[in-house]
Write a protein that binds this ligand. Structure first.
Ligand code: R5P
Length: 277
């Protein structure tokens, strides 16, 4: 039985359909003091809790769903379509926490195994005290793309080149390249253009996540006279003014998956997750 987190109901329903398993009628409540209560009135022998930890509240809700499910099921599997705090996977400055490890340890206490989708670094799985698998849904971002002219699939930094190649491979043709990125602050990045020619070509930018939109909007500014610009990512967080930044940068369309449910969630990561389950 699939147990949906309140912020992951679309992908939970898609996963239930993929697996042919029923959806648990989970309930979510918030009390006057701000505390939450998530209930799982019924589940089966295997409970698959599907919850992107997009907010701190979603983290708390996930722990509650796992605990409620564990009281009824023989096996609890936790699917984190998007794992919050995964990018703080080391202490970058003295005194900082390894937030990804802290979250992973907490989640591990209530589950038998974990499946997550395109974490920022695959090594984040090592932080869990239970088996964890990372699945790759980047290739699915080729599905919503229209017919492209002389396509160039660009990663905004070297770390995202695998994602750009996955989308190019699924699309079936095109060149790939990547920019060099230096992060100045939480909301500011510097990007050096790649050598690939962009004039008159359709450019598809591919990344694991769009958070503030700084990376993608700065990358778009480096493109010289492209025909059209498509921005794609697995996790469309689109925090604060990210969507406006992208629009002002001149993007033609934004496509993401449903690991984070947004209006741009054009494809589902559920088939990739179902294969792992
Ligand atoms: C970092 O290396 C990631 O792959 C993304 O490029 C980054 O997290 C995107 O963040 P933002 O949209 O805030 O620039």
């Amino acid at each position: 039985m699939i147990v949906p987190g309140s912020a992951s109901q679309d992908i939970a329903a898609a996963l239930a359909a993929e697996l042919g398993e029923p959806l648990a009628p989970a309930e979510y409540e918030r009390f006057a003091d701000g505390e939450q209560l998530a209930r799982v009135p019924e589940t089966a022998d295997r409970a698959v809790v599907v919850a992107s930890t997009v907010t701190d509240a979603a983290h708390v809700e996930l722990l509650q769903l796992q605990d409620a499910a564990a009281q009824q099921a023989d096996e609890v599997v936790t699917v984190l379509p998007y794992m919050g705090y995964a990018r703080q996977d080391e202490a970058f400055e003295p005194g900082e926490p390894v937030s990804a490890r802290a979250m992973a340890r907490a989640i591990s206490t209530g589950t038998d195994r974990v499946v997550t989708v395109n974490p920022h670094e695959a090594a984040v799985c090592d932080f869990f005290d239970v088996p964890c698998a990372a699945v790759d849904a980047a290739g699915r971002l080729a599905d919503p793309l229209p017919d492209l002219s002389e396509p160039l699939f660009l990663a905004p930094d070297a770390g995202a080149i695998d994602h750009a190649e996955a989308v190019r491979n699924e699309y079936g043709e095109g060149e790939t390249d990547f920019f060099e990125k230096h992060r100045v602050s939480d909301t500011e990045v510097e990007i050096k253009p790649s050598d690939a020619a962009t004039a008159g070509r359709d450019v598809v930018l591919v990344d694991d996540i769009i958070a503030t939109g700084s990376t993608m909007s700065t990358a778009i500014e480096q493109l010289v006279e492209p025909a059209r610009v498509f921005v794609t990512c697995v996790h469309p967080m689109l925090a604060a003014s990210a969507r406006t930044k992208l629009a002002n940068a001149g993007v033609d369309a934004v496509y993401g998956t449903d690991t984070i449910e947004r209006s741009v969630s054009a494809v589902s990561a559920a088939p990739a997750i179902a294969d792992e389950l």
